[in-house]
Structure formats: C-alpha cells, structure tokens
Design a protein around this ligand. Sequence first.
Ligand code: RB5
Length: 143
Amino acid sequence: MKIVIAADHGGYNIKQAIISALSTEGHIVEDLGTNDGETSVDYPVYAKALCKKLQQAEAELGILCCGTGIGMSMTANKQKGIRAAVLSDAFSAEMTRRHNNANVLCLGGRVLSEEQAVSLAKLFVSTPFEGGRHQRRIDMMED
Ligand code: RB5
C-alpha cells in the first residue's frame, strides 16, 4: 500500500520507527518530513502537505505524528475529504478503519513509545473499512 507520513519535531522519533516497520512489511512510505527531532517546526504545515497528497490520490492512507497527535488531527480534520483519528489504543485503531474509514492516523510521540506507535500504525494500515451502514454515516458527515 502507498502510505504518506509526516511529523513535527515532537513526532519525529515515532515517524522514523513507523517508516522502518511499514517499509519492512512491503509498504511504500513517502516521508514528507520533518527531518530531525531537534528543530522546532509548525505541525499545520506538515498536516496540510500530507492531506493534499491524499486529496490528490497520491496515497491511500496517511500517518501524522506530533507531540500528542492532537494538533495534527485538528488541522487534518479541517481539510476536505480527510477523516483523521487521534488515538492511543489498539481497539480504536482497528475500529476507526472498520467503522469510520479514517484515512489519517494521528499519533503522539510524547504519549506513545516507538513500539506502541508501530503497533498502532500496523493495525491501522492492515484493517479494512466495513462499508454498509458505516458508509451512510460517513456520507452524513460530508453533508
Ligand atoms: C510541539 O511542541 C507540540 O505542540 C506539537 O507537537 C503537538 O503536540 C501539538 O498538538
């Protein structure tokens, strides 16, 4: 699967761990930066760049990482066609794909260990949307 990923300085470490793990699984992961964990950068810049890639159908799913995942999710959910979920547990990672057809996963590098972040990212990208009544509800969001 083609996946696009981006982070600010607070999410840099988990971004690197996720890129490594998903690439090893055979996914194509496009990294939009940031490129180090020391330089302070503005998360909306990265969130908007990632959402644009999804809007242009250049990737199927996106992953955004910041300190908490919250700023990234707030920004992403203001972009048309984006359904972003910030979460820190496996049940939510699975259900937001199955029921919400989330296309962006937001994770916090100051909330999760690298191992936890990788585990959630793997679950997110491997879980399908169920469609059916859930599609109707998603259509209602866009109305
Ligand atoms: C940056 O210090 C921090 O505010 C950012 O990474 C994120 O947590 C915002 O939601």
